[in-house]
Design a protein around this ligand. Structure first.
Ligand SMILES: [Zn+2]
Length: 258
């Protein structure tokens, strides 16, 4: 079972670039199928109103519930005072299994971490190079799991990505995804030092090609079990509580719940 833990979906309401304009899935799904990717985690593009954006994503997830997982995008500043409510709607109404936060919107807050704790959800937080915050998150919220995309920097900041590997090694609740990471040696180093349990395959689709991103994981030439951790098992473990709750709510037990 190959799970892509990082893909955007739906319409943005900006016009700055693809990241806030639209994230169409048609080509992504064709490419993912050809690459043998079975499931995908979806969250919105940048948006000025994540309540609206999450609702869009919820409709897409509901259209293929066996194919997609949803994460709730929250804005640390704009949604201040409403995060718990937003996350509650996402979990109870949409069946979402995680939270997405981006540093370009605002820095992560205690409010978001507390909501993640309350619902036992992982937080996929794009730190945009500010890896040092992981130290505080690990210290203050050791019971919340964080997935840091792009090994800490979509901008390919070698210093940040190198520092992120240290965070993975030192903190049990810190994970990273592999989306868009260009320096292959850093991926190798991350597995070697932090272990295959700390990395998750993600593509940053639909803007990056999921097959190309998957090829990087295959190129690590890991023993099959280690590879399977990165390709899906680690993600399944991180959402196990949320997934079980969703299955109970839906009145059925999902075959993949462990
Ligand atoms: Zn992304």
């Amino acid at each position: 079972m190959i799970i892509d833990c990082h893909c955007h979906a739906g319409m943005g309401d900006g016009l700055t670039g693809p990241w806030d304009t639209r994230a169409p899935l048609q080509d992504y799904l064709r490419r993912a199928m050809a690459a043998g990717i079975h499931r995908t985690v979806l969250f919105s593009a940048f948006h000025s109103n994540y309540a609206v954006a999450n609702q869009q994503v919820a409709r897409i997830v509901a259209s293929k519930p066996e194919r997609f997982y949803g994460f709730a995008f929250v804005h640390a500043e704009r949604d201040r005072g409403h995060v718990h409510e937003r996350v509650s709607i996402a979990v109870k109404r949409y069946g979402f299994v995680g939270i997405k936060v981006h540093r370009h919107d605002a820095a992560i807050t205690r409010e978001i971490c507390a909501a993640a704790r309350a619902y036992a959800l992982p937080v996929l937080y794009d730190v945009a190079g500010e890896v040092s915050v992981c130290e505080l998150l690990a210290q203050e919220y050791p019971d919340v799991n964080f997935i840091i995309p792009h090994l800490g920097s979509f901008a390919d900041d070698w210093r940040a990505q190198l520092a992120m590997i240290d965070q993975l090694v030192r903190h049990p609740n810190m994970y990273a995804d592999t989306a868009g990471v260009r320096r292959f040696d850093l991926l190798e180093q991350a597995v070697k030092r932090a272990g295959a349990t700390k990395l998750l395959f993600g593509s940053d689709g639909p803007w990056l090609h999921p097959g190309v991103e998957l090829a990087k994981i295959k190129a690590l030439r890991l023993p099959p079990f280690q590879e399977s951790l990165i390709l899906g098992r680690n993600f399944e473990n991180l959402i196990s509580t949320a997934w079980r709750r969703k299955a109970i709510t839906a009145g059925q037990r999902h075959p993949n719940v462990r």
